[in-house]
Design a protein. Structure first.
Length: 152
């Protein structure tokens, strides 16, 4: 029962994080490309502020459920299989990138957007986009590894 709950929560958290990045990068970003900075940057600021709060929650859920499943169900590193060890490594990188994004480029972007310093905000947003693109690729790779590993 606890295994099933952990697995469901883990999967839902991954869907929220990776799906949110996919939406932001593949749908919202191109849709906003024609907007002027005075309209686009405040919208990005509000959107990212809300999304990054959700991501923080997913990070907590992913680590709690992942550690539980890895160490209390699958017997730790190596015993669970190379795909689980690989997902754990990618999770470390993705989490590090998230915290760097949240406390570095996004913070710079947020303060610049609030001050209506659109040049600084635009440069910071470019850094945010690169980190999101990297985490999106890593998230998709993790999903592929999880599905492949679960299939045998």
């Amino acid at each position: 029962m606890l295994w099933n709950l952990s697995n469901v929560l883990h999967t839902l958290a991954a869907v929220v994080w990776v799906g949110g990045m996919f939406f932001a990068y593949m749908a919202l970003r191109p849709s906003m490309a024609g907007l002027n900075p005075e309209d686009a940057l405040p919208l990005w600021r509000r959107t990212l502020q809300i999304f990054l709060r959700w991501v923080l929650g997913t990070v907590v859920v992913l680590w709690a459920t992942g550690i539980y499943m890895m160490f209390f169900v699958l017997s730790g590193f190596g015993a669970a299989g190379a795909h689980v060890d690989t997902m754990f490594t990618i999770a470390l990188v993705m989490t590090g990138l998230f915290f760097y994004l949240n406390h570095g480029p996004f913070r710079t972007f947020k303060y610049a957007a609030d001050a209506r310093d659109f040049d600084t905000a635009g440069k910071a947003l470019q850094k945010v986009r690169k980190i999101v693109a990297t985490n999106l690729v890593l998230g998709i790779l993790t999903i592929v590894i999880a599905a492949w590993g679960a299939a045998g």
